[in-house]
Design a protein around this ligand. Sequence first.
Ligand code: URA
Length: 247
Amino acid sequence: MSSRPQRLQKILAQAGYGSRRACEQIILQGRVRVNGQVVTQLGARADPHTDVVEVDGKQIQTPAKHTYILLHKPAGVVTTRYDVHARRTVMDLLHGVTTPVFPVGRLDADTTGLLLLTDDGDLAYRLVHPRYGVPKTYLVEVRGEIGEESIHRLRQGVLLEDGMTAPAQVQKIRYLAPHQTTLLRFTIHEGRKRQVKRMCRAVGHPVVRLHRERLGPLTLGKLPTGAWRYLTEEEVAALRRAVGLPH
Ligand code: URA
């Protein structure tokens, strides 16, 4: 794989040799070789994927380059790579993306909001595995005026067909009198199938609308419905931190 040359201190930092400042010191101390030549200049660049970079005689490991895409999913598209019924999928919205990314977790067809797609299997696995407890926050509109008792039950965890859910953070935003619905902000740390809908139904308040606004450190910002963008390096680093991966 070839990529753009980058400053040596950045390459070292990405390979886990400490902060950029610490990596500058390593360079100044003459401990770094690029293709066999000692390099002590701080402005020097190398291609982490084609040049051989060594620290103290040991070749550094460069992280593989992955693709991370944030999609503002509209209603009416399914979260899958291929749909046997030929319905519109989230992949149909990724115009111009040539890497074979896959969705991280699933949003129901009628759910809108933040969906991450990537080809980074390690990160994806940790983001959906309950052991890592990555918070997912939803704006939820439920039927009826939800009372304190139901909110308390949701907060404690609800018994579903597949067992007890972990406690959720639930905040009542307001009752929408004209619609006779209640708006909630709901954070869960698991990702079971249709979990929010099943939890709300279990306490007698079926979901009318569901929108994911946050996944760990990621938010949609001003990304319009149906649009996508690549994650910034800072966002990727924050995600990796959130699941205990080096960055
Ligand atoms: N919980 C649900 O019930 N549906 C979703 O799409 C996401 C979370």
